[in-house]
Design a protein around this ligand. Structure first.
Ligand SMILES: Cc1cc2nc3c(=O)[nH]c(=O)nc-3n(C[C@H](O)[C@H](O)[C@H](O)COP(=O)(O)OP(=O)(O)OC[C@H]3O[C@@H](n4cnc5c(N)ncnc54)[C@H](O)[C@@H]3O)c2cc1C
Length: 487
């Protein structure tokens, strides 16, 4: 239920304790949101809780690509690429407001692992793996054609390259719009509400759920619990997930400083990084390093920034990007499935495959995967829940039904909507925004995108103060909280 329709957030918390849910989803990132939508569309009684804001975790900190993963093809992971390529097209079909076809230029250089003729074959296979026509046809480019498309490219050893298509989305918007759809189909969702423990009962599970904004707990009865907590997945009681966490950072620079019409793949040995055009800005990233730091506060370290800028300057020598060209940045943690053996290998080689298991009756762990494959992960999770519940569920429809009707997508999209009072009121009243960072980082990407993001934050805080009835001290506290979250 949307916040304003529910009467109050308090009522929603109390409603969690009413009756028995078929499915309680723990975690409102893209995976949990997808599970809630799918389960609700198949007629199950579903509730979802997230300890922080929805999409607070990895689902607001990705590269935002809807992609099959060209580099996994080089690793021979054809099944994985096929799966993700089909999902890439599905998302373009069901959520056109959140999927923007994007051409990628992949320049090749003599003496590196990325060889032009091999990539030429690779991108053709990549197109075929979509199962139908890709978002655009791939092609092979000579050195002079590549240099014409990328005038600032390093010409030393340039052998040409390839051009192929993937898609760009807005990760947190995808999660929020998926939740809106879930709610439209009858799910109850609540942010700032944590799962604090569970015990098995004769008919399912009794879970303790805590309101993080008020000092209270309720018991929630559910026949099935879905652990969709991303990089927290191995910390929940009853979970059997084993994760390998790797960190990735992204930098945002202005198109005026570093113009990019098409996306570019930059290689460093076998690793690849991206230049991603994003309206008037450009996103650069990402890194992939093992991580064992705090999950609530993932730092963008100076050496990460130097690394990404270094690769960019090496690929585009005239750019001479420096740390003070970086307008904004974010860092996220990948919840990769650990196989044990992989602990020793390179993080980039760790599989992006997902895993869905039921280690105890009615307890389902879903982890790993990618933003691009969330819908499929959700479908398989709900199929498993259905089998456990002994219910003959109707077939999954999430790959066919639009995520949102066009009119409902007014304040959503790949690029941030204009900064308006109307938009802020909408996020507070209809999309569960309660803190300034909910609006600045996850309902919109104003903090990352807007040149004067401090002024925009001041303005948004003033509008939220009027909408939510904050006093002046609360507004100042919200500005401090945003600074803390984005330092
Ligand atoms: C740097 C980087 C780049 C990436 N780029 C891409 C890309 O371009 N394309 C792509 O397809 N994929 C990409 N990915 C992968 C993708 O972002 C993730 O696979 C996906 O977002 C994971 O979603 P999730 O729902 O599993 O986890 P999350 O989004 O982290 O959601 C988990 C949620 O669980 C909540 N939670 C935790 N504990 C509790 C609790 N006790 N009670 C209640 N709630 C709890 C958290 O608050 C969080 O909101 C990238 C990942 C990274 C890190």
């Amino acid at each position: 239920m949307m916040p304003e329709e529910s009467g109050s957030m308090t009522n929603e918390f109390e409603r969690l304790a009413e009756g028995q849910w078929d499915v309680l989803v723990v975690g409102g990132g893209i995976v949990g949101s997808g599970v809630a939508r799918d389960a609700a569309m198949r007629g199950l009684r579903v509730a979802l809780v997230d300890r922080h804001d929805f999409a607070f975790g990895t689902s607001s900190r990705s590269s935002r690509l809807l992609h099959g993963g060209l580099r996994y093809l080089a690793q021979g992971r054809i099944g994985l690429v096929h799966e993700a390529s089909v999902e890439k097209l599905t998302l373009h079909r069901i959520a056109p407001h959140l999927a923007w076809p994007l051409p990628f230029l992949f320049p090749t250089f003599r003496g590196t692992p990325w060889v032009r003729w091999q990539l030429s074959i690779g991108v053709k296979i990549y197109d075929l793996l979509c199962g139908r026509r890709n978002l655009g046809p791939s092609s092979t480019l000579s050195a002079s054609q590549m240099a014409e498309k990328l005038p600032n490219i390093n010409r030393q050893g340039l052998t040409g390259g390839v051009r192929y298509f993937d898609g760009l989305t807005s990760d947190s918007r995808l999660a929020i719009d998926t939740l809106r759809s879930a709610v439209g189909h009858g799910a109850l969702v609540r942010n700032y509400t944590s799962f604090a423990g569970a015990e098995r009962t004769a008919s399912g599970w009794t879970c303790r759920v805590r309101d993080e904004r008020g000092n209270r707990e309720v018991e929630v009865a559910a026949r099935c619990v879905v652990n969709a907590t991303g990089c927290w997945a191995d910390r929940l009681p009853h979970s059997r997930v084993r994760l390998r966490l790797t960190k990735g950072i992204h930098l945002v620079v202005d198109q005026e400083r570093f113009p990019a019409g098409e996306a570019v793949v930059m290689a460093e040995g076998k690793r690849i990084l991206f230049v991603i055009p994003w309206g008037q800005r450009v996103i650069l990233g990402t890194t992939d390093t093992d991580y064992d730091g705090p999950l609530e506060d993932v730092p963008t370290a100076e050496e990460d920034v130097s690394y990404v800028l270094g690769i960019t300057n090496q690929t585009f020598p005239p750019a001479r990007l420096e740390a003070n060209d970086v307008m904004s940045h974010w860092a996220g943690v990948r919840p990769l499935i650990a196989s044990g053996l992989e602990k020793k290998g390179s993080p980039s080689n760790t599989s992006r495959q997902h895993q869905i298991r039921m280690p105890e009756p009615g307890w389902i762990d879903v982890a790993g995967g990618k933003l691009t494959t969330y819908r499929l992960m959700a479908e398989q999770t709900v199929d498993l829940a259905g089998r456990h519940l002994g219910a003959k569920l109707p077939p999954c429809r999430t790959g066919k039904e639009p995520l949102l009707e066009p009119a409902a997508a007014a304040f959503s999209g790949v690029q941030p909507p204009p900064v308006t009072r109307e938009a802020v009121e909408h996020y507070c009243r209809r999309e569960w925004a309660v803190h300034l960072d909910d609006v600045m980082l996850r309902r919109t990407e104003w903090h990352y995108y807007e040149r004067d993001n401090c002024l925009v934050a001041d303005q948004a805080a003033a509008w939220m103060q009027e909408t939510l009835g904050w006093n002046d001290a609360e507004r100042q506290e919200e500005l401090r909280r945003l600074r803390e979250a984005t330092r």
